[in-house]
Design a binder for this molecule. Structure first.
Ligand code: SIN
Length: 355
């Protein structure tokens, strides 16, 4: 049963295939970089939609599963890594971003699709949004159901992502995330639900557009700087500064902050309650961390809205940075990149208002 469904998706296990279709001059050239995730996942049965194994199928199988792509693009594939995205690290990001920049310099590449696990897709998307140096489309795509499931969403999401990546309309819009027939901007998108195919949302601000018949339809653009307009250059970096996230909650203690500082962190992001408020022991620990040179960013655990500077804490006095409306996991990314340029909190605050 499972084998026949795999075959139905073009995933016949015994079939050898190449990672590219024959080239047609009039079609855009799109490179698919595969990194793993549920889109490449397999389950024990066709109804296994939780408890499956992510990151099992190689890029050839993903391409083979969607022959319709050859009508909209010349597609080639590369397996960059094969991981579940909770295991994504700074080192993976640097490797991926360098490969993306290398490929986009080539005139033979019109756009890039990255297949990725949905759990940290928003983080990889925002990292790339800040460090990719090209206006060509970069589209990250995942799936909420493994490739072996009834109504797997991976094939249609991949088809849509290739359609976006090959489109001139998608140029200069920053890194995009494509799932569920929607196009989301890297800065605002977040995973909002553990199971639903409609999990990706940009709270309050909404999606950038839809995909219809493999073509993107845009209704709005991000107002924040990205890609070619950022000051970040990862070309010569082989590691990123150590920055971690501390979560705010009732009865919160200072223990994790002290541990991160003792472990050598140079930056900390606090996902505070409400508008980024700090429990007294947490505030004391962050103040001491700042006195030791650690840069502190206040964000919110609420999931939307602005963490206002000098609102729930006196940032001027504490010499802290406010995260604007970035969630904590994205504030961590911007702080890491900011720390590759400066340790000046005023300059870092400026970056949080620009990117
Ligand atoms: C992962 O993030 O790799 C697993 C979950 C998913 O892709 O939906």
């Amino acid at each position: 049963m499972l084998a026949s469904r795999l075959a139905g998706y073009g995933l016949a296990v015994a079939t050898l295939c190449t990672a590219s279709f024959s080239y047609a001059d009039s079609l855009p050239n799109v490179t698919i970089l595969a990194t793993g995730g549920t889109i490449a996942g397999t389950g024990a049965t066709s109804t296994t939609t939780v408890g499956y194994s992510a990151a099992k199928l190689g890029v050839e199988k993903l391409i083979e599963a969607v022959p319709e792509m050859k009508t909209i693009a010349n597609v080639s594939g590369e397996q960059v890594f094969q991981i579940a995205s909770e295991n994504m690290t700074n080192d993976h990001w640097l490797k991926l971003a360098k490969r993306v920049n290398e490929l986009l310099k080539q005139s033979s590449v019109d756009g890039i699709v990255i297949t990725h696990g949905t759990d940290t897709i928003e983080e990889t998307a925002y990292f790339l949004n800040l460090v990719v140096k090209s206006k060509k489309p970069v589209v990250i795509v995942g799936a909420m159901r493994p490739a072996t499931a009834i109504s797997a969403d991976g094939p249609i999401n991949l088809y849509n992502a290739v359609g976006i990546a090959g489109s001139k309309d998608a140029q200069g819009r920053g890194v995009l995330v494509a799932l569920n027939d929607e196009i989301q901007g890297a800065r605002e998108v977040t995973k909002s639900n553990t199971m639903l195919a409609s999990t990706f949302r940009a709270p309050d601000l909404g999606s950038l557009g839809y995909v219809v018949r493999g073509k993107p339809v845009f209704y709005r653009a991000t107002a924040r700087k990205h890609t070619v307009d950022t000051e970040f250059d990862i070309g010569k970096l082989d590691q990123l500064p150590e920055v971690d996230v501390v979560y705010g909650y009732a009865n919160a203690k200072r223990t994790p902050i002290d541990a991160f500082v003792a472990g050598g962190d140079v930056g900390l992001v606090h996902a505070g309650t409400g508008n980024g408020s700090l429990a007294t022991p947490v505030k004391e620990a962050l103040k001491e961390a700042r006195a030791k040179g650690v840069i502190v960013v206040r964000s919110s655990r609420t999931g939307s809205g602005i963490t206002a500077r000098n609102g729930e804490a006196n940032d001027d006095e504490l010499d802290f940075v406010a995260a604007d409306n970035l969630n904590a996991q994205k504030a961590r990314i911007l702080l890491m990149l900011a720390l590759t340029k400066t340790r000046d909190t005023k300059d870092i605050q400026r970056m949080f208002e620009v990117y």
